[in-house]
Structures are given as structure tokens and as C-alpha cells.
Ligand binder design. Structure first.
Ligand code: PMT
Length: 402
């Protein structure tokens, strides 16, 4: 997992070296980006030696350096590669630029170019921190969902006392870990997650399938791993990269998925069935291609194995089971009915007719439905965030003695 650490020109810039070390200890790859002013306080070489990679200081090759195509598009490459951008220390000047979208150096351009979440840890003189413009800029950033790690109060390098001292390295690192979803609350769990579609072959070249991309299941696997769980991901055919650290079992058909789930069921403390498993398959699969000229008057289908049904049969005490319901009509009633029939601990209902929900979207709009009739409607959010909310419920169910 890659993050960028932006260092701006304040006396606290030297503390960013310690922050870099703490982030790396958690296994994060860190790309350091320094502003020109930051280089007045700490030499880039310090960060280069600690991070083991080139420190980015300039947009276009730098003072005396040759501008080239690589440096001109580097901000885009970094912007796309990172999962978070943390700026510590963040000066009043940088906060102002961030609040107004000014992109006049590598760091501020990166902040505008990336879709990764932004965390800022301001540090400055108390009067600058309390200045009306800084207050407004911080509020603007907060309203944009930027995570602001408030500075501490105390003796400041300028000789004054008050708020403005960079928050502790631990507090800044903790904010980064939280934004990335790095927690340890699933350390005791082995999650068995299913993802993606299944393909049910009709002949040598054709199959029946559905529009599942696997994004929801892969987001669950990634979130679970980041929260310390051992994760077994049983995936139908997708083009997605498996999240780091998960055990991946690739399957094609519903029958293969059922086999892989049952084989791993004993090891799992919790099962989350996000896959869109085919309910029917061709009753007969032809080994050769069906020729158009021969025609196909009818397609006879037979039901596939009901995987959740199998889980209910083999389930052991304490094993939590979460199902999904992809519905187009009577969404919550149908989901509640599936929850009862399969004796699930939780079902995640998604109305797949809604824009930004269900198949192939990067977002989902889900309602969590519980056996006691409670419902929690989650607004439209990234599938990774939906995954986090589902896993929060797994933690809550476990704490409640499930
Ligand atoms: O993969 P994405 O593009 O990110 O899309 C996400 C999603 C829409 C696939 C996901 O959010 C979702 O809703 N997954 C369940 C889809 C589905 O098959 O729903 P269902 O209502 O048909 O099935 C209900 C539950 O039974 C599901 O947990 C399913 O995994 C399970 N099932 C279905 C058929 C079968 N033979 N065995 C099963 O266990």
C-alpha cells in the first residue's frame, strides 16, 4: 500500500522523518514530497535515505535541473498510485493553497490531482493558527472531508505558548491508519469471502453469467485484511488484482464456488457471500460449439447448488454468516425473507436498479438488515466504505457474543 508524505516548510519538518519511520513500520510504502521551503529546514537526503526512494521536490526538474516529460507527468503517476496523502507539517500557506485549489508546486498539484484521501497536520505560530483566514481555510478543508489532525498546545519554536505545535507523530500516524482502514479489530477472525460472478457453460464457447465485477467482494477482502483478519477469497472470473495478503481461490462455476466454500468452511470464523452466484445453469453442456445453422429451439436450465443453504447445514457454533441480496423489487422484504430462510446473522440488501448501486459500480447503496428486524440504510458510498460498515457489524456481532 502506497502513501505520499508531504513535508512543508516549518520548523516541525524534522518530525516528519519520525512519521515516515512509523508509517513504514506498518508496512506502508512512502513517497516523500517536499516543498522548496521544507528543503530549507531538512535536507531531502534525510528522507531519501530513510524511505529508500527518490524524494520529489520540484515540478519540472528543479533549480538548474532539466525539465523532461517524466517530471512533467510524475504528479499524475504518483496521484494514481497512492491510497492516501498526508501533509505533516502543513503550514498556513499550504493550508490556504489546498483550500483554494492552488497548484503551484508538486505537492499542491498532487493534492488536486489525486483522488486519495487527504490528511493534514497543521503546525505554525499560534497567531497564524488562530488567524481568521487559517480558521476559514481549515473549515473549508474539513467540509471537503479532509482529515485535520489538530495541532497541540504548548511551547512553540517561536518562543510563544499556545496552539500550533505539530500533533504527536503517533496521533498523525493513527489518523493515516484510520483513513486507510488499518485496524486490528478482526485479528482473531478468518474471513471467507466470495466475490464476482459465476460462469455456467453452455457449449465450448458460450456461457451464462451476470454483470458482477467482483468489486464488492474484493473490497470486503481488502478491508478485512487491513483490519487484521486472515482472508480466504473465493472469486469467480474477474479482472481485478487480488488484495495483498489474501489467500485467493479462483473458481468458474457455481458448483466450483460451492466446492471451494465448503472446503474452507471449517477454517472460517465468518463468511461473507458477496458473489453473484448463478441460480440456474444449462442442464446440458455441449463439448463442441453449437452451430448457428443447427439452431437452438430451447435452453433447458437446472438449479445450481444453493451455497448459503450448504453453509446453513454445515455451519458450526460461533460462525457468523453474512449474505447479500441483489434485488430489483420489494428489496427489503425479499432481503428479510432470505435472511430468515438462510438463518443469516446479517443480510446486505442492494437495490440494483439504483444509479451508483450494485453491479460493476465503484459505489453501492446498501441497507443492512438484521434478524431482529433492525435496518440500517447506508447512503451511497464507495464499496470499500460499505465493506468497512459490514465488517463493523461483524465486530459488533462478535462482541455481542455471536
Ligand atoms: O461484484 P460487483 O460488481 O461489485 O457487484 C456487487 C453485487 C451486486 C454482486 C453484490 O453487492 C451483491 O448483491 N451480491 C449478491 C448477488 C446475488 O446473487 O444476490 P441473490 O439475491 O441472487 O443471492 C442472495 C445470496 O445468496 C447472496 O449472498 C448469494 O451469494 C447467495 N447465493 C446465491 C445463489 C446460490 N446458488 N447460492 C448462494 O449462496
Amino acid at each position: 500500500m502506497r502513501v505520499a508524505l508531504g513535508v512543508t516548510g516549518g520548523i516541525a519538518a524534522y518530525k516528519a522523518a519520525e512519521l515516515l519511520r512509523v508509517l513504514q513500520e506498518k508496512g506502508l510504502e512512502v513517497q516523500v514530497v517536499m516543498t522548496r521551503h521544507a528543503c530549507e529546514f531538512v535536507r531531502p537526503l534525510t528522507f531519501a535515505a530513510l524511505s529508500g526512494r527518490k524524494v520529489i521536490t520540484e515540478m519540472f526538474g528543479g533549480a538548474g535541473g532539466e525539465a523532461n516529460v517524466e517530471s512533467a507527468i510524475e504528479h499524475i503517476a504518483v496521484a494514481q498510485a497512492i491510497e492516501a496523502l498526508v501533509i505533516a507539517p502543513a503550514t498556513a500557506n499550504t493550508l490556504a493553497k489546498l483550500a483554494h485549489g492552488i497548484a503551484d508546486d508538486f505537492l499542491t498539484t498532487l493534492a488536486v490531482a489525486t483522488k486519495a484521501p487527504l490528511i493534514v497536520a497543521p503546525a505554525m505560530n499560534v497567531n497564524m493558527w488562530e488567524h481568521e483566514t487559517t480558521r476559514q481555510n481549515v473549515e473549508t478543508l474539513r467540509a471537503r472531508k479532509v482529515r485535520v489532525v489538530e495541532p497541540d498546545e504548548g511551547y512553540l519554536a517561536c518562543g510563544m505558548t499556545g496552539a500550533g505545535r505539530l500533533a504527536s507523530v503517533e496521533a498523525v500516524a493513527q489518523a493515516v491508519f484510520e483513513v486507510l482502514g488499518l485496524r486490528e479489530d478482526l485479528k482473531a477472525e478468518t474471513l471467507l469471502v466470495t466475490a464476482g460472478p459465476t460462469e455456467e457453460p453452455l457449449d465450448a464457447v458460450r456461457y451464462l453469467s451476470n454483470r458482477s465485477s467482483g468489486k464488492m467482494g474484493y473490497a470486503l477482502a481488502k478491508a478485512g485484511r487491513r483490519r487484521g483478519a486472515r482472508v480466504i477469497l473465493v472469486s469467480g472470473p474477474t479482472s481485478l488484482e487480488p488484495p495483498a495478503g489474501v489467500t485467493l481461490e479462483r473458481v468458474r462455476t457455481a458448483e466450483e464456488m460451492a466446492g471451494a466454500v465448503v472446503a474452507n468452511l471449517d477454517a472460517a470464523t465468518a463468511v461473507v457471500m458477496a458473489a453473484a452466484v448463478a441460480d440456474f445453469r444449462p442442464a446440458e453442456t455441449r463439448a463442441r460449439k453449437i452451430k448457428k445453422r443447427d439452431g437452438l429451439q430451447q435452453l433447458r436450465l437446472e438449479p445450481t447448488r444453493d451455497i448459503l443453504g450448504e453453509i446453513v447445514k454445515h455451519r458450526r457454533p460461533g460462525q457468523l454468516v453474512v449474505g447479500f441480496a441483489a434485488e430489483t423489487d420489494h428489496v427489503l422484504e425479499n432481503a428479510a425473507q432470505k435472511l430468515r430462510a438462510k438463518r443469516l446473522d446479517l443480510i446486505v440488501a442492494n437495490d440494483v436498479t439504483q444509479e451508483g448501486a450494485g453491479f460493476d459500480a465503484d459505489t453501492n447503496i446498501a441497507t443492512l438488515v438484521f434478524p431482529d428486524g433492525r435496518q440500517k440504510a447506508l447512503g451511497k458510498m464507495a464499496k470499500f466504505d460499505v465493506a468497512q460498515r459490514i465488517l463493523d457489524e461483524v465486530v459488533a456481532l462478535r462482541q455481542a457474543g455471536g
